[in-house]
Design a protein. Structure first.
Length: 247
């Protein structure tokens, strides 16, 4: 079985004005031969301008969330088709900041995945346990439960990625040990194979949570780690390139 093509995706969250497009250009200009794919997921306001800034480069574009509906009276929200129309080819779904801050359930994330697929977007579906759940020995059960609940059968035959992001490691500077990451990634892999058969073996499983240039090599080369979802360290081209260079 060939290993999944690795993906390194930068999640800018609610950061970035027009001036930040220079960082995106610097990422594209600094990419050498990368044994994988690279993507940036800016706020929705920058997707179209980043598409223009990155035209002709190897950096793909993603959104950070989408509505499950195609259109309608949903003030302030963005649909998958709108992201695709603006130039995105991927979308992050089920990020813990949305699960916790907006009460997003596995069922809602699964509905958003279906919407993303209909718009031709590749979903990056995030899962991860809280510190309390890890301390209670529930990490594997929580994460595999989220995988089962958030990945609809409609994903069969489609390109998608799963991102394991322990909630307690996001933006904190804390990271799980390599054996802890591998344990969860192996459990996610087994669940993917259970759900999608042989195709489940080809889905990249990204790690996310305080990835930086200094820890990227160890994390990216851990068993069943197929790339990274990077928050804070994706805002500066030099840091993001340092992580990509560790692939
Ligand atoms: C994230 O929010 O997806 C993330 C991984 O953030 P950070 O790298 O800043 O921990």
């Amino acid at each position: 079985m060939t290993a999944p093509t690795p993906l390194i995706a930068g999640n800018w969250k609610m950061n970035g004005l027009a001036a930040a497009l220079g960082e995106a250009r610097a990422v594209a200009a600094g990419l050498g031969q990368v044994p994988g794919r690279v993507a940036l997921c800016p706020p929705a306001t920058l997707v179209d301008r980043m598409r223009q800034a990155l035209a002709g480069t190897a950096v793909a574009l993603g959104g950070q969330d989408c509505r499950a509906e195609d259109n309608g009276a949903f003030t302030g929200d963005v649909s998958a088709a709108m992201l695709a129309d603006a130039g995105a080819s991927l979308v992050i779904l089920g990020h813990s900041e949305r699960r916790a801050g907006y009460g997003e359930t596995d069922a809602l994330v699964a509905a958003k995945v279906v919407a993303a697929l209909s718009a031709g977007l590749e979903p990056i579906v995030c899962v991860g346990e809280t510190l309390e759940q890890r301390k209670a020995g529930e990490a594997l059960a929580v994460v595999t439960g989220q995988v089962r609940g958030s990945l609809p059968a409609a994903l069969a035959g489609k390109a998608f990625a799963v991102a394991y992001e322990p909630v307690w490691a996001i933006g904190t500077g804390l990271t799980p040990t390599t054996p802890e990451i591998e344990e969860v990634h192996k459990a996610i892999r087994a669940t993917l194979v259970e759900q999608f058969g042989a195709e489940g073996a080809k889905v990249p499983i990204l790690y996310g949570g305080s990835v930086k240039p200094s820890n990227a090599a160890e994390i990216l080369h851990a068993a069943e780690v197929g790339g990274a979802l990077v928050g804070g360290a994706s805002l500066k081209a030099a840091d993001f390139l340092g992580i990509i260079g560790a692939l």
